[in-house]
Design a protein around this ligand. Structure first.
Ligand SMILES: [Zn+2]
Ligand SMILES: [Zn+2]
Length: 721
């Protein structure tokens, strides 16, 4: 009789054995359905020798229910899932879930019923119906998806279907994706680009593991270069994967790709409708989707013929997933490339210190693109000392920056003001009694969003209407906003330059690829004079008429003081500076700071990236911080503070004594309360040679705590909150 060992899509379960019924053929990687108690779960067949499980006699095994008619997950992907679970101390089932779509996509159905508005207005137009129809517009989707878009219940949408205002349409699900043409419109590359492109093409052709750091200032043409490697992958009949840090960047990427290859690549991100996800997943699994561009979750999809991985803007912290499996997509991408035996390109204008170090010790090969493409020069940078030349009281833009904005407006050129803070003001307090609005669930101030008349917590999403009176002393109109957010800067711009046409670009306003496309179109059509944005505008966009960048508060990123604060500030300001002067006109960047002598500011203004990196790297080496040492955070949380504290101390007391390893804490985490849970943190700091994961696994594995306590381990943490 034949048996199969499975990993089921349930993080709480270990591997389980099943009987393979007569007539069903499975192999490692096969996607199957198995019974579990009264339920049925999707799972994947695994090599039994790789996963120890409790031995169960043949006579006690339950039979598999079904095997899907899909290609099995390949061995390299299975090894990647094992590695990720092991390295990030996560359950196999939780990692496996990232490789599989929802079960609907596994079935063979070839069409799906979706719905769309017909344009017919129902006789009884309730406010809810009107709102739903307005928000749905020309969108297509399942009843549930349209209900979410419309902000109404499923019932309202069903009612609209009955009146004929919304109609059902059959959508064919498995239409093939058009094949990108590697020879559609190849660009004329400059010599440095051509040489780099040739090297990458050869690497794709060779089909071996080869990690590259593609380092070039913004505007140096990195994308054109790695497009040539993608072209080679297509010619060789292989698949290519491009990871981007933000879904907002997907839309401009799709356009650029289509211009080069004649058709768009297959996108993969959280903004896809269920039907789109299903079609993309099946095309990826069959090998038919040749080039996939996606957010970090695209990394675990079952590409059967992967030939190349590109991680664009590879220094971005958003490649680190902070919930569930806390993996870093850049690092996992390198591991996948190694297991698949393919090249991987980490592209960045401001590579992370970790990546530069790997290049320095010869593990990554560094490819440098020195000049701006087309001979455009880097922008001029200057620091504005906010103590010497401060803005008037209650304003945030220094006179010189305002003057530069005016000049740009008169010249008909576009400007960008960068402030990495959403909303109107980061803190609201009562001037009468000093009351401060704090989130009831988190150790965080409520941020005023003036356009929506609400206060919001940026950590848990808690919102409340902005009150007129102080909740403490009941004084009316006593609330004052402290400090600026982008909305407040926009107000200041309106007051100073009323004729300027502005747009605020944050995750509150650009929350879908469609919104991003709209923003790009308005910029390109010259409908906007001044962009006021958060880190969302620092990368990817290319606006030739944008010639002035103002950094509103260069000191902001340094306030957190964590390991990467200076590096992150440097990267962010370099990136945003790279938006200026990407066309024929020369760009300039004005950086507002209270500390013009700070190393970061000096390096930025002096254009001394090398000096900055060298000093930062030395400091990390001296403190044995990553990449020269290792960190892991253990976060203990509970709704009950005493319980969280007691558990954290119990775990701390049990810390093993290991050479070259120190355990700090427990201490209340900087975000001591998050989403109603009290949080304590232990920080493990060890030399590179210490097998930190094994140590932690053994340490925590010997302990137990109540179900109401959550203990999560963050290996190589990025957020120190
Ligand atoms: Zn008050
Ligand atoms: Zn909160």
């Amino acid at each position: 009789m034949s048996r199969a060992r499975l990993i089921l899509l349930n993080a709480a379960l270990g591997p389980l054995d099943y009987r393979v019924p007569h007539g069903m053929a499975v192999e490692p990687g096969s996607i199957v359905v198995a019974p579990l108690g009264p339920r049925q779960l999707v799972g994947v067949v695994w090599e039994p020798e790789r996963l120890p499980a409790e031995e169960v006699g043949d006579n006690r095994l339950r039979p598999l229910v079904h095997a899907y008619d899909l290609p099995p997950l390949g061995a390299p992907l299975r090894r990647l899932i094992e590695w990720t679970a092991d390295y990030y101390l996560s359950p196999l089932g939780a990692v496996l879930r990232m490789a599989l779509p929802s079960s609907g996509a596994l079935d063979g159905a070839r069409s799906i019923t979706e719905y769309r508005a017909t344009g017919h207005v129902p006789e009884r137009l309730t406010p809810q119906r009107a709102q739903a129809l307005e928000r749905i517009g020309e969108r297509l989707g399942l009843i549930r998806e349209l209900a979410i878009v419309g902000g109404v219940s499923d019932g309202v949408i069903r009612g609209l279907v009955k009146t004929g205002a919304i109609e059902a349409v059959e959508i064919a699900l498995d239409d093939p994706f058009p094949l990108p043409d590697p020879d559609h419109d190849p660009p004329a590359l400059e010599p440095a680009q051509a040489q780099t492109a040739a090297e990458l093409r050869a690497a794709v052709e060779a089909g071996d593991f080869a990690p590259y750091l593609l380092d070039g200032v913004t505007g140096s043409g990195k994308t054109e270069v790695y497009f040539e490697a993608i072209a080679q992958a297509i010619r060789s009949g292989r698949q290519a994967l491009v990871l981007l840090p933000e879904i907002a960047l997907t839309e401009p990427f799709l356009k650029r790709f289509a211009a080069r290859f004649g058709t768009e690549p297959v996108p993969w991100h959280s903004g896809l409708r269920q039907a789109q996800r299903r079609r993309a997943w099946r095309a990826i699994a069959s090998g038919e989707a040749r080039v996939v561009v996606g957010a970090r979750s695209a990394l675990f999809l079952p590409y059967p013929r992967l030939g190349l991985i590109v991680v664009d803007e590879a220094h971005e912290a958003s490649f680190k997933q902070e919930e569930g499996v806390q993996y870093h997509a850049r690092d996992v991408a390198v591991m996948r490339a190694k297991l698949e035996q393919v090249p991987v390109v980490l592209a960045s204008a401001t590579p992370a210190i970790e990546s530069r170090h790997m290049a320095e010790i010869g593990i990554y090969k560094e490819l440098r693109l020195p000049d701006r493409y087309g001979g455009a020069r880097m922008p001029d940078m200057a620091a504005l000392d906010m103590l010497q030349d401060p803005p008037p009281r209650g304003r945030w833009l220094a006179p010189r920056l305002v003057q530069a904005l005016e000049e740009n407006l008169e010249a008909g050129e576009q400007s960008l003001l960068f402030l990495n803070r959403r909303g109107y003001a980061p803190l609201t307090l009562c001037r009468h009694c000093g009351y401060r609005f704090q989130c009831p669930n988190c150790t965080a101030w409520m941020v005023e969003h003036r356009f929506t008349h609400r206060l919001a917590c940026h950590h848990c999403g808690h919102v409340m209407p902005a009150p007129r009176a102080c909740p403490e002393c009941k004084e009316e109109d006593s609330l004052v906003a402290c400090g600026p957010g982008v909305e407040r800067i926009a107000d200041e711009v309106h007051a100073l330059l009323p004729e300027a046409r502005t747009i605020i670009v944050t995750s509150d306003t650009i929350w879908s690829p469609a919104k991003a496309a709209e923003f790009v179109a308005r910029m390109e059509n010259g409908e906007i004079d001044i962009v006021i944005g958060t880190q969302l505008v620092t990368k990817g966009y290319h606006f030739p008429n944008l010639t002035l960048v103002g950094v509103v508060d260069a000191d902001l990123g340094l306030a957190g003081g964590d390991l990467r604060a200076a590096e992150r500030s440097f990267q962010q300001i370099r990136q945003v500076s790279g938006r200026a002067g990407r066309g024929e006109r020369h760009g300039r960047v004005l950086v507002q700071t209270h500390d013009p002598g700070a190393r970061v500011i000096q390096a930025l203004v002096g254009g001394d990236a090398e000096g900055f990196y060298a000093a930062e790297t030395d400091a990390r080496r001296e403190a044995a911080m990553p990449p020269f040492g290792r960190l892991a955070a253990i976060i203990i949380s509970s709704e009950d503070q005493a319980e969280a504290n007691a558990t954290a101390r119990m775990i701390g007391r049990a810390a093993p004594r290991v050479d070259n390893m120190a355990v700090f804490g427990p201490a209340p985490a900087p975000l001591a309360m998050l989403r109603g849970r009290h949080r304590f943190r232990l920080l493990v700091h060890a030399a590179r040679a210490v097998p930190v994961q094994d140590v932690i696994r053994e340490w925590l594995g010997a302990l137990s705590w109540r179900n109401s306590v959550r203990v999560s381990v963050d290996v190589d943490p990025y957020s120190f909150l």
